[in-house]
Write a protein that binds this ligand. Structure first.
Ligand code: B12
Length: 148
């Protein structure tokens, strides 16, 4: 069955190239993609996920303000009673900090996976396949192979 994925760039961020590439790769891989584009608010992500009965929300951020832009995001998702897998990726911190620290921060915010700016779209697709299949069949949990 086709899985619906919401994609967008959060906050005031206007970097569009990354999500355009991701959109094309996800569609080619058979996902139904709702691309909200750049400068998307938390509310717009949540509304789109709800309206499209999405299984995953993919947040992109390049301009260095992801931490502020994502505060409270998972509370909104919970308030809307949504059961979605959430990923974030891009240039998530200002400057050159340790990515493992960045990953830890966003995992603690509630994201299921955190990807850096070197991510190949195929890595995200492989992770989505593993995570969304897992959601439909708990017994397949061992099949998860990607670490992010
Ligand atoms: C082009 C560009 C711009 C263009 C954007 C044009 C447009 N409409 O897209 C313009 C000139 C407008 C711009 C503006 C700014 N930019 Co700029 N920009 C870039 C640049 C050179 C390339 C970005 C790009 O297109 N990359 C190509 C795509 C294919 O790669 P990507 O975006 O990284 O996406 C891939 C991965 O990151 C990943 N990915 C991305 N999101 C997600 C999400 C998920 C879920 C997953 C799985 C994967 C994933 O997959 C993508 C595909 O492979 C980068 C530097 C760089 N080399 O990355 C700086 C850069 C992102 N910009 C930067 C900055 C600071 C700005 C400004 C704030 C500058 C300013 N002071 O005005 C503004 C912000 C404006 C705004 N409101 O957003 C910084 C961010 C610094 C930080 N995070 O610490 C960078 C890193 C430059 C730098 N080294 O300082 N920028």
């Amino acid at each position: 069955m086709t899985k619906t994925v919401i994609l967008g760039v959060i906050g005031s961020d206007a970097h569009v190239v990354g999500i355009t590439i991701l959109e094309q790769a996800l569609e080619a891989a058979g996902f139904d993609v709702v691309n909200l584009g750049v400068q998307t608010s938390q509310e717009e992500f949540v509304e789109a996920a709800s309206a499209n009965d999405a299984e995953a929300v993919l947040v992109s951020s390049l301009y260095g303000h992801a931490k502020q832009d994502c505060e409270g995001f998972h509370q909104r998702i919970a308030d809307a009673d949504l059961d979605v897998t959430t990923y974030i990726g891009g240039n998530l911190a200002v400057g050159q900090d340790d990515f493992e620290e960045t990953r830890k921060f966003f995992r603690e915010l509630g994201f299921d996976r955190v990807f850096d700016s070197e991510t190949d779209p195929e890595d995200a697709i492989e992770a989505l396949r593993a995570d969304l299949d897992m959601r439909s069949s708990e017994s397949e949990q061992e099949s998860q192979t990607v670490s992010a």
